[in-house]
Design a protein around this ligand. Structure first.
Ligand code: HEC
Ligand code: HEC
Length: 307
């Protein structure tokens, strides 16, 4: 049998050691339970005595040593039935993997019809359904919070999903596509080819887009580079392009950070945020519910006036 956790050499080592220790237990019991002839006055065991108490050389009581024999027999039975020896599958064919597979199959059989039913409605309709949102919320807490946070507000490099600022299309279908197929942001590392003050100047220009330039003259110089290189993705006014996930640089909402130092880091190193595709992992029915949940939450916070 193959064992994924142990290389087979170790599996045999452990198996042999286990069987030998069980046999050693039996031998130890046997060698210590030889019945002496019961004498009226058993022999003193050496000179062991303490506080007037003497230790006699008596055999273990029969019921006591039999209990030990029973545990050893139980151990052999257990090892024959279950895969405790690592080198044998066990006669019952039980395995944690099989148990896990069965549990998943049972859970899927219960939930799949429930989840699949929502596929007949579009994401916007599902986003009005209280029951669907409850399921979506639980799915989000299970599969998405490690990156987007339990409050959906994200963190550096992981977008806030409830701030009305979107990298990619925020339509129901746009959100579903993001989750199904994943997204990869592609911000090239431009500054590596730049010389002199170009990095400082472009950074000042980016700051100026959100009204924060500290050196307007440098920003003016940086504008030329921006109009040449950056407009292709971020647009002539720097408002971004959701088709390729190029962020709006004018709204002072930042994925990585809007300080001069962080903008320079973005330009020197480039950025490539990755939203993992969930199609193969969760399947369309769950993604459908998640898209509805994200869409509902985003709309809720937009109407709350929350950013
Ligand atoms: C491994 C981290 C990670 C996990 C897990 C993850 N995401 Fe993302 N997600 C990202 C990153 C990073 C981006 C931004 C991609 C980029 O920079 O282009 C993103 C983007 C998004 C967007 C687009 C946001 C926008 O502004 O357009 C949505 C919607 C989204 N994720 C939903 C989800 C949902 C729902 C789940 C749970 C199934 C999930 N994500 C799980 C990392 C993750
Ligand atoms: C090929 C398209 C493309 C070009 C050209 C491009 N960018 Fe980007 N930029 C992106 C994408 C996509 C992202 C988002 C990266 C991510 O999601 O990880 C980004 C992110 C950024 C960010 C980070 C924004 C934030 O919220 O933290 C800044 C700043 C930026 N770009 C500035 C520039 C400047 C300045 C130029 C011109 C020198 C430029 N970009 C050229 C595609 C581009």
């Amino acid at each position: 049998m193959t064992n994924e956790l142990l290389p087979s050499g170790w599996a045999w080592y452990i198996a042999i050691l286990t069987v030998l220790s069980l046999l050693a237990c039996l031998w130890l019991l046997k060698s210590n339970s030889t019945r002496h002839e019961v004498k009226d006055q058993p022999e003193l065991h050496g000179s062991n005595q303490w506080d007037g108490l003497h230790e006699y050389d008596n055999p273990l009581p029969k019921w006591w040593s039999n209990l030990f024999v029973i545990t050893v027999v139980f151990a052999f039975g257990y090892l024959a039935l279950f895969p405790g020896l690592a080198v044998l599958p066990g006669m019952l064919g039980w395995s944690t993997k099989e148990l896990y597979r069965q549990e998943i199959a049972t859970a899927k059989a219960e939930t799949d019809p429930l989840f699949n039913a929502y596929l007949n409605q579009d994401v916007a309709t599902v986003s009005q359904d209280k029951g669907a949102l409850q399921i979506g919320g639980r799915l989000f807490q299970t599969y998405c919070v490690q990156c987007h946070g339990s409050d959906m507000r994200g963190s550096r490099g992981f977008p806030n999903l409830v701030d009305a600022d979107w990298l990619y299309p925020s339509t129901p279908d746009g959100i579903k596509t993001t989750i199904m197929d994943g997204r990869v942001g592609g911000m090239p590392a431009f500054a590596q080819q730049w010389s002199g003050d170009q990095l400082k100047n472009v950074t000042q220009y980016v700051l100026s887009l959100s009204g924060r330039a500290t050196s307007p003259s440098a920003a003016k110089l940086g504008e030329a580079t921006f109009k040449q290189v950056c407009v292709a993705c971020h647009g002539a006014e720097g408002k971004g392009n959701q088709a390729i996930g190029a962020p709006n640089l004018t709204d002072n909402v930042w994925l990585y950070g809007g300080s001069a130092a962080t903008i320079e880091e973005t330009l020197v190193k480039g950025r490539s945020g990755q939203m993992p595709a969930q199609k193969e992992i969760l399947g369309e029915a769950r993604v459908h519910l998640l898209a509805a949940y994200v869409y509902a939450k985003a709309r809720e916070s937009a109407t709350d006036g929350a950013r």
